[in-house]
Design a protein. Structure first.
Length: 288
């Protein structure tokens, strides 16, 4: 396993614990470092190793708990240097060393929090469609893979719907990209308002959208799609009545061999609707 794979594995393991559990593990790590740090005295310092529990707490439990762990890391340093205080020319040197250590740790926690913020922001941008604000293909695929893994593990059901806006390119050329973008945003909002919070909505690019309905059989999927079509009719019925859509919805109630099979099934069904006259919906149950 390479370094990236090892770090990813460690990250996945750490995220299974609560912030409180992370905090306790970090404090325990501080104690493990603090005991030999005290026993070795002032000649050999282990201060650099305190970055590990402090960083662990700050990254996975939050900056507040990271600060507390940083404060905890000062105790073995203070006790160790106080017990060897006769080596220092002035008692204030002990306080200076402790405060310097604490300040270094606090700066470290601050920098980690800034790094975490920027990484989370980049991760969000990489998985978000810039026009509609919903998931893009990459973000959707991650959720789909998770749902497939869950289906393989506990036998849950999912439904995947492909939604394509009919003749959207001509509409976009005729009315301009600003109007076209507004339509895409209205479609995204209608989808979000028509599904549950556990369902996943994404724009795959152009005029194609995807909907993952978790824990749904065919009846649930049909009811959901019916609600979506009613929402589209309410939004586009008067001002943009030329906007229609073709929908292919496939339900999966048994483990599938790959994510490509799931995508291909819904995509093919949607194109059958388009080739059959557009402005329609088709349902199908997937068979391996």
């Amino acid at each position: 396993m390479n370094v990236d794979g090892l770090l990813y594995k460690m990250d996945q393991i750490a995220r299974k614990y609560t912030p409180g559990q992370i905090f306790l593990m970090a404090v325990f790590g501080t104690i493990i470092i603090g005991v030999p740090d005290y026993l070795l005295g002032t000649e050999i310092s282990l201060s650099i190793f305190y970055f590990i529990p402090v960083g662990f707490a700050a990254w996975y439990a939050g900056p507040s708990l990271g600060v507390i762990v940083a404060a905890c890391s000062t105790f073995p340093i203070f006790i160790g240097e106080w017990s060897a205080g006769f080596f220092f020319t002035h008692p204030g040197i002990i306080l200076w060393n402790v405060l310097l250590h604490l300040g270094t740790m606090l700066v470290f926690v601050f920098l980690l929090e800034k790094l975490r913020f920027h990484l989370d922001n980049e991760r969000t941008l990489a998985r978000t469609d810039p026009v509609t604000g919903i998931f893009n293909r990459r973000g959707f695929m991650e959720h789909l893979q998770y749902s497939i893994d869950l289906m393989d593990r506990d036998g849950s059901q999912i439904a995947l719907a492909y939604i394509d806006l009919d003749d959207f390119k001509q509409f976009n050329d005729r009315n301009g990209h600003d109007v076209g973008d507004k339509v895409l945003q209205d479609v995204a909002n209608s989808l979000i308002n028509s599904v549950r919070k556990t369902d996943v909505v994404a724009r795959f690019g152009g005029d194609e959208f995807a909907l993952l309905i978790t824990g749904a059989d065919r009846v649930n999927a049909e009811n959901c799609i019916k609600k979506i079509r009613e929402s589209f009719g309410f939004v586009f019925g008067s001002e943009q009545d030329a906007i229609t859509c073709s929908i292919g919805c496939v339900t999966f109630h048994s483990p599938v061999s790959s994510m490509d099979n799931v995508i291909r099934a819904a995509d093919s069904l949607m194109y059958k609707v388009k080739s059959g006259g557009k402005n329609g919906v088709a349902f199908e149950e997937f068979a391996q």
